[in-house]
Design a protein around this ligand. Sequence first.
Ligand SMILES: Cc1cc2nc3c(=O)[nH]c(=O)nc-3n(C[C@H](O)[C@H](O)[C@H](O)COP(=O)(O)OP(=O)(O)OC[C@H]3O[C@@H](n4cnc5c(N)ncnc54)[C@H](O)[C@@H]3O)c2cc1C
Length: 572
Amino acid sequence: MSGLTSTDRASGMTRRSGLGPVLLVLDHDRRSLDALLSSLSRRFGSDFTVTGETSPQAALRALEEMAAAGEQVALLLVDELASDFLDRAHQLHPSAKRVFLVDRDYRSASPAVQAMALGRVDYHVVRPWADDETLYRAMSEYLASWRREQEPMFEEFRIVAAEGDSRALQLRDVMTRFSMPFGLYPSDSEDGRRLLEEAGLDATRLPVVIRYDGQVSVDPSLPDLARAIGVNVNNDLDWCDVAIVGAGPAGLAAAVYAASEGLETVLLELAVSGGQAGTSPLIRNYPGFPHGIEGGLLMERTCEQAWLMGAHIVFAQQAAALERRGDERVVRLRDGTEVRARAVVIATGIEWRRLGIPRVEALLGAGVFYGAAVSESRAMHDQDVFVVGAGNSAGQAALHLAKHARTVTLLVRGDSVAKSMSSYLVTAIESTPNVFIRHRTEVIDAAGHSALQSITLADRASGVVEDVPARALFVMIGGEPHTQWLPDEIARDEQGYVITGRAVLDQPEVEWNHHREPLTLETSMSGVFAAGDVRQDSIKRVASAVGDGATVIRLVHEHLRTHTAELTRSRA
Ligand SMILES: Cc1cc2nc3c(=O)[nH]c(=O)nc-3n(C[C@H](O)[C@H](O)[C@H](O)COP(=O)(O)OP(=O)(O)OC[C@H]3O[C@@H](n4cnc5c(N)ncnc54)[C@H](O)[C@@H]3O)c2cc1C
């Protein structure tokens, strides 16, 4: 059926056009609904069933009928947030993208602001729009995002694994980071057994990865898997202008700028590209993406950009040591090879400690935030929120959130925060009436369909376990920089973060014998720089890591220029 064909229902309220998954519009204004339906049918009617209602009750009835008939709903475009319509609609069709049709407003109190932050809607469309193409572009993007989350039509890889095997999760992470269409089959399922049999294997050694062309890898290592995907895991360049270690946002951005500015660039990554950002289901505060962007997608695009600019990217290669050899800086890799470089950028980031509770992790970005999400605080207006942690960052976050939230509860494992938190913060918390501390308390579970609704707390002293309603959970239990592989000559603070810039000169053990001071992001070994989270006092955001990555290459140029001048002077 073509998109232009429409059949009014007996009620005369609903028009349906097209075939395929449903795109449902709820617009209280009949004329506006009609105009929307005819625009959307024109563009999407051949692939989707476009339909609409003017009341939430009628829309819910329609959605219930669709759920009962097993019809797939791809997208809900709604001008109504107030009732529990969206929550109910989401229960019926959890994979449907929820788009809020909102009038241009730009007030911080706009319902769109809170709904986005709390994960009650996925996207918004501001009306009026200049022309239909503007609407189509936005809707195409949202529908593409829905498509990406559906079972792939073609599976490039099939993974057969035992239920609950953590190695299967790692394989899935790698596949997702490279946007590989794949399927995961439990080894005791009919399909799993059939796949193993076809590959001539049994379930004694799992997981098994089967490529579309029949190539089979049994319990593959990361390099095996990277090779099967087709990415480079060998470094065949032993010399370069700049070696960048770590392919998170800082390292990838540095690679884009270095390669695009004509430097021979090698980027070395221990695993696959993306770093912490690649694990984030939704980065909401990266400029230019008002609805947020999947961390993996943002990083994959940046990786492709670095490659197309000419960077030589090597995955599954861990930097194991760094040394100075005359004018060169040498990075030694775990496989025994080395890369000689005129300059090195350390962009190895940190490892945030995670709660590791599956249902909590599943709600990341939808009410659960690690570390860097205080930017969400305004959206916490009048909500009950929780912060896990007892350090200064947790204390600061609690006070910041208290400006907007109804209550903020700090969940602390120990008996007191006095040892781990600065006293000024403890005093400030004590004098803020809507901040509470629960000692000896741990989060042990969470609940919520698409957004966090409650958390389960265990009181370690009394053994009491209770579910409490929660709109947001901020986890701030610290992180550790990846700097163990660096030589002592690279000065670090007590937590292991790399010290850069003028602060290097304040370190008693540092000998700095150069005609210039250390450059802003330069470490205590001249010609070696640090960018992103690994650096002392870094901001710990994707955008700031990217900013460091761009800045550091400008400094690498400056180092190379002054170094050449120094050499010329010393030879004269
Ligand atoms: C779950 C989660 C959600 C987040 N959400 C947001 C958000 O919404 N907004 C925001 O602004 N920030 C967010 N952050 C923080 C943000 O992701 C980080 O600040 C950012 O990724 C730091 O970038 P980086 O490049 O400095 O380090 P990382 O992202 O940590 O990347 C470092 C890379 O170096 C590699 N590496 C480490 N050691 C070696 C070695 N020896 N050899 C080779 N490679 C090595 C690692 O494998 C890694 O790929 C989030 C973080 C997490 C964990």
